[in-house]
Design a binder for this molecule. Sequence first.
Ligand SMILES: [Zn+2]
Length: 198
Amino acid sequence: MAEHEHEHQHEHEHDETEAADEEELERAARRLVALSRIRQYGDPVLRMKGRQVERFDEELARLVERMTTLMHEAQGVGLAATQVGVLRRLFVFVDEGEDHVLVNPVLTKRSKETSTDEEGCLSIQGVLVPVERSLEVTIEGADVSGEPQRFELVEPTARIAQHELDHLDGVLIIDRTDEESRRNALAKLRPQPVLGAR
Ligand SMILES: [Zn+2]
């Protein structure tokens, strides 16, 4: 009986590990699906500028909802409209565990003090490059219903906001990094020859 109980307990533990593994796999799969819906480096839309949003309607609300879901499923902390092929000036981001949207964002203040840190991008998979950003920024815009919004942000959210704002002007992290990091990143991004292909 003791033996059986032991076995039973062991089986139970095994089930729990399997469930955790399955959850992990599902998260990874969801991330891949989300990334496939986010424009990737080489797509010309990432080099285009977003236009000012004029209508705060149902369509905008749906776009914000879609972008927020995609950002989380891709396990990111920020996503700009241009990254989903929509040329409008808005981005979503996470600050202290809360979701936010900023429509028609304008950087109204930035600290002279900067920091350089490794930055990645949901549109540039597998690349991390050092980027210098202002430590503190004030950024103003509107929420999804057109109400004015003002954020005073510090690292790391200040960095995220500057990164997403860049996307709305077609600017990417490889444009903001040093020459050597840029060269290395571009080498990684170049399509690799397929072995055996003639
Ligand atoms: Zn990005």
